[in-house]
Design a protein around this ligand. Sequence first.
Ligand SMILES: Nc1ncnc2c1ncn2[C@@H]1O[C@H](COP(=O)(O)OP(=O)(O)OP(=O)(O)O)[C@@H](O)[C@H]1O
Ligand SMILES: C[C@H](O)[C@H](O)[C@@H](O)C(=O)CO
Ligand SMILES: [Mg+2]
Length: 474
Amino acid sequence: MSKCSLAVDIGASSGRLIAGSLKENRLELEEIHRFDNNLTRKGHHFCWDVDGLFNEIKTGIRLCKERGLHPQSIGIDTWAVDFVLLDEKNRLLTDAVAYRDSRTDGMMEEVFNLISKERLYLETGIQFQKFNTIYQLYSLKQSNPEILDKAKSFLMLPDYFNYLLTGKKTNEYTNATSTQLVNAFTKKWDKDLLDLLGINKDMFLEINPPGSQLGSLRQTLVDELGLDMKVILPATHDTGSAVVSVPEVDDTIYISSGTWSLIGVENPFPVCITKALDYNFTNEGGFDYQFRFLKNIMGLWMIQEVKRNYNDQYSFPELVELANKASNFQSKINVDDDRFLKPENMVEEIQSLCQETNQEVPSTPGEVAKCVFDSLGVSYQQAIDQIEEIYEKEFKKINIIGGGCQNKMLNQLIADKTKKEVLAGPVEATAIGNLVSQLISLGEMKDIKQARNIISQSFELTRFTANREEENVK
Ligand SMILES: Nc1ncnc2c1ncn2[C@@H]1O[C@H](COP(=O)(O)OP(=O)(O)OP(=O)(O)O)[C@@H](O)[C@H]1O
Ligand SMILES: C[C@H](O)[C@H](O)[C@@H](O)C(=O)CO
Ligand SMILES: [Mg+2]
């Protein structure tokens, strides 16, 4: 792999650097570096170790050099909503507090005293998650107003890593929309909303779309790493990049399955109707100014926590196998209850809700895992029904992308439940979407249509249909 581009995809549970290059109309990947990403406790808050994550990015770049790779470009994506603030000397004013931190408890309700839920949705089209950036900033305004007054730059996490790489500061569009502070129609920061909230609007930077080129690495980094490359904005919201890699979006509902399950469709315009508000769907910005009409479902975070509660005795495949063996266990819970956002102990929280709803309480790892997967299936079905009700149409296919598409039990459960064709893959959808955004920006691919054709030729998907054996498809 001579000429290549480098995708840095940092999820809420793990990160990876994947090199990609176009060879005879196929996208070839080479995994360079993989690392865990965990919340750390700093003072009273759960935070991300941004210094540690940036060191992992530099480690990955060094590994490229060791392998004789000289990436022409690099693009970074992460999970949404979280940010840092810089002062006039570009010094960090805040830790990278994590969205699962309790600092936003009650903030959404306080914001509704200033602007109605309906108006906020009509203007931004963004779902009501208690951890959205708008509520994080409102919390900061209550607890440390002096920090907001001193702030000169608001940078979401990929923006911050891009700043560390290049010295350039900008806000990328797809991730900016997840803040619930961008107007869905102007695609700009909603300055009237910021004034209403009393949040310093001058710290927000110019919003640039995926495909924008920021420049090359700072000279200090070139000297340190012995490589230089263009820094390009992919859809820096990881789900935005994941959706880019859905090979066939027409007539397809995607499930970006990782820490969260993001279930939705691609749309050319925001759908901010009352029913979408009532069902809490979001209209996050996508590549080429498409919209990601989707809903957050609690996702495999739950099984990540179950795994941790059992002291990592079981791998993910082993938990799936144990769940398969617990076939008689039938209790199901509402996975989207806020109690599962950051419980002390996920297993005990699941057991408590089964008890409170007079259901059999899971006692073995297999029963707990089966309860999680079955309950996710219920939530997926409900979201699919809501999407089809809003669109007044039946979608024929479901495409599960991301690490969670390796959970064959869940894939089959979705096919059996929905009676739809379920396609699983690509696993590294986010990194692939990140890479093709760079290749389009560099002119190596014409547009997202061609990119999706190349993706469908490059990666094998697995098809699941109701009560039938899985099969591989090209
Ligand atoms: N071999 C496997 N079998 C079954 N499930 C798996 C397997 N490998 C990964 N998973 C599931 O995929 C999930 C991780 O998916 P992924 O790697 O896409 O998440 P991430 O990128 O770290 O986080 P984010 O969702 O924030 O992007 C795990 O929580 C696990 O449940
Ligand atoms: C916190 C957000 O809801 C989360 O990042 C989600 O948008 C996502 O993309 C997870 O990968
Ligand atoms: Mg991910």
